[in-house]
Design a protein around this ligand. Structure first.
Ligand code: PEP
Ligand code: MN
Length: 338
């Protein structure tokens, strides 16, 4: 249920509604919009009669939420969410946000070289896995905490916000100590305990779509994070499994307008996992911006041929800079800022 407050209501009126919702044993989410504040009441409402709230001071209306996802839905918030990712950077709204970096953190030299190059080309964030979810247990698993320390160092040097993956509940606090954005990988989108743990940190969460998840399941996964009181969720489309062989994953860009229709959360596109081939990445970057995405998560490597993970889909620092120049032209044409 959404409790819609009258324009000009005071904080005390909102607090009173929040109190009532809590007394009914439900969870409250206060969403302050540009002209209205609403309070969403979430939880099992069987046996709960909330109707008396309509008489509380400055309550305008009670509206049921019809969608299966509640707080991620546009029903509770019409205007797009803008997420603060630290270091003066945001994702969502008019700005097109580019987060770029290696698939894995491999060494100080590799990371600093990449960080400086993507920063110079106009990225606002640095990606890089310290803990890597590998299909084979015999492949490089990441540098662990040493990788996190290198990411923190790169942030200090460049001012980029750091996005890195957290793979388990027990790693959450450690990764949150170093990262600005916690990435939840495609393999973990259905790991509901991990979603809740990431939510509890209060840090922005980059939630990747499960490679076989529906849009509804994707938004319900976001809901697990928001229900911990953390509204800082960034959705990331990284491609889905199909029978196609010419790509590693099939990248469904139609999810951009679909998400915009359903949710106020920002959506970024990962064209690297989304295609598996570096030569396809620039085209998909440009298409994503033209289609209304809020940003990109791109794999960039100073020497892709010798990358320890995902070399085939990593673009060079030069190719990244060229793509950024092209993106700036498209951004101007579609009234976006970069
Ligand atoms: C990655 O970003 O390197 C990664 C492992 O992504 P995904 O979880 O989408 O496969
Ligand atoms: Mn990768």
């Amino acid at each position: 249920m959404i409790v819609v407050m009258k324009p000009g209501c005071a904080q005390a009126d909102v607090d009173h509604v929040v109190d009532l919702i809590r007394q009914y044993g439900l969870k409250d989410h206060v969403i302050v919009g540009t002209d209205r504040t609403v309070v969403a009441a979430i939880g099992d409402k069987r046996g709960v009669d909330m109707s008396a709230i309509e008489n509380a001071p400055m309550v305008d209306a009670m509206v049921p939420i019809l969608k299966p996802y509640k707080v991620a839905s546009k029903e509770v918030k019409q205007e797009p969410s803008v997420i603060d990712i630290g270091n003066g950077h945001t994702i969502g709204g008019k700005r097109f946000a580019v987060i770029a970096g290696p698939c894995s953190v491999e060494s100080e030299k590799q990371l600093m070289q990449t960080a400086n190059a993507v920063k110079a080309a106009g990225a606002i964030g640095l990606r890089g896995g310290a803990f890597k979810p590998r299909t084979s247990p015999y492949e490089f698993q990441g540098l662990g905490e040493e990788g996190l320390k290198l990411l923190a160092k790169a942030r200090e040097e460049t001012g980029l916000s750091v996005c890195t993956e957290v793979m388990s509940v027990t790693q959450t606090d450690l990764v949150a100590e170093y990262a600005d954005i916690l990435q939840i990988g495609t393999r973990n989108m259905h790991n509901f305990n991990l979603l809740a743990a990431a939510g509890k940190t209060g840090k922005p969460v980059m939630l990747k779509r499960g490679w076989s998840a529906t849009l509804k399941e994707f938004l319900l996964a976001a809901e697990y994070i928001i229900n911990e009181g953390n509204q800082n969720v960034i959705l990331c489309e990284r491609g889905i499994r199909t029978h196609e062989q010419y790509v590693r994953n099939t990248l469904p860009l139609a999810i951009i307008p679909a998400v915009k229709n359903e949710s106020h959360l920002p959506i970024v596109i990962d064209p690297s996992q989304g295609t598996g081939h570096a030569y396809m990445v620039p085209s998909m970057c440009k298409a994503s911006l033209a289609a209304g995405a809020d940003g990109l998560l791109i794999e960039v490597h100073p020497d892709p041929e010798h990358a320890m993970t995902d070399g085939a889909q990593s673009v060079t620092t030069d190719s990244f800079a060229t793509t950024m120049d092209e993106l700036r032209k498209i951004a101007a044409a579609v009234d976006r800022e970069m």
